[in-house]
Design a protein around this ligand. Structure first.
Ligand code: 3AM
Length: 169
C-alpha cells in the first residue's frame, strides 16, 4: 500500500519561494524545498493494482499547460498549514483537479472533499496565519503533473514522484 496524491511539481519556482519565505517571519515548521508541490487531488492509501489503474487514467487525461500566479498567502486553521496560492486561477486547473479526484473516487479513494483551493504549503504546524503583506509575486508554470507517494522517514515525510504526464491541450 502507498499513500498517494496527484500534484504539480514546482521546479524553478521552489527555490524562489523558499528564499522569499525564509526572508520574512513565517509561522510553523518550514516545508523543505524538495517537498513543495501544488496538490491537485488527495487520494490516500492505494494498493499496486489500484495504483496501476490510476496511472492508466492519468495517461488519458488532457489539460493545456498551466500558468498559475502565486500572489496570496493563506492559512488552513484545521490543518495548521500556511501557504501561498493564486487569488485567481485558470478554470483548466479546476477541471484537471476534479477529473483526477473523480478517477480516485471511482477506485474508492479520496476523502470526499468537494471544494478545491489551490495552494502551495510552505509550513505545517502553523499556529497563526502568515502576514498578508508584502504579498508574494510568483508564477508557477506547469507543463506536467505527477502522481506522488508520501513516505514517512525518520527525517520526516518525503514525497516521491512515481510517474509524470505532460500537460498539453
Ligand atoms: O501539501 P498540501 O497541503 O497540498 O495536507 C496533505 C498534503 O497537502 C494532504 O495531501 C498532501 C500530500 O500529503 N493530505 C494528507 N492527508 C489528507 C487527507 N486525509 C490530505 N488531504 C486531504 N485529506
Amino acid at each position: 500500500m502507498a499513500k498517494l496524491f496527484f500534484a504539480l511539481p514546482l521546479h524553478e519556482t521552489a527555490p524562489e519561494l523558499i528564499d522569499w519565505r525564509d526572508r520574512r517571519p513565517w509561522p510553523g515548521l518550514p516545508v523543505p524545498e524538495i517537498n513543495l508541490h501544488l496538490t491537485l487531488a488527495f487520494l490516500g492509501e492505494a494498493d499496486e493494482a489500484t495504483q496501476a489503474r490510476l496511472m492508466a487514467a492519468a495517461e488519458r487525461q488532457h489539460c493545456p499547460p498551466l500558468r498559475i500566479p502565486l500572489d496570496q498567502t493563506g492559512w488552513f486553521h484545521r490543518a495548521k498549514a500556511a501557504w501561498v496560492g493564486p487569488s485567481e486561477w485558470p478554470n483548466e486547473l479546476n477541471v484537471l483537479a476534479k477529473a483526477l479526484r473523480r478517477h480516485g473516487e471511482r477506485l474508492g479513494l479520496g476523502n470526499g472533499e468537494q471544494g478545491y483551493r489551490p495552494h502551495v504549503t510552505l509550513s505545517r504546524k502553523a499556529g497563526e496565519a502568515p502576514a498578508e503583506l508584502p504579498a508574494p509575486d510568483f508564477v508557477l508554470t506547469a507543463d506536467h503533473f505527477c502522481l506522488y507517494r508520501s513516505v514517512s522517514t525518520p527525517d520526516g515525510v518525503c514525497y516521491q514522484p512515481l510517474a509524470c504526464w505532460p500537460l498539453r491541450a
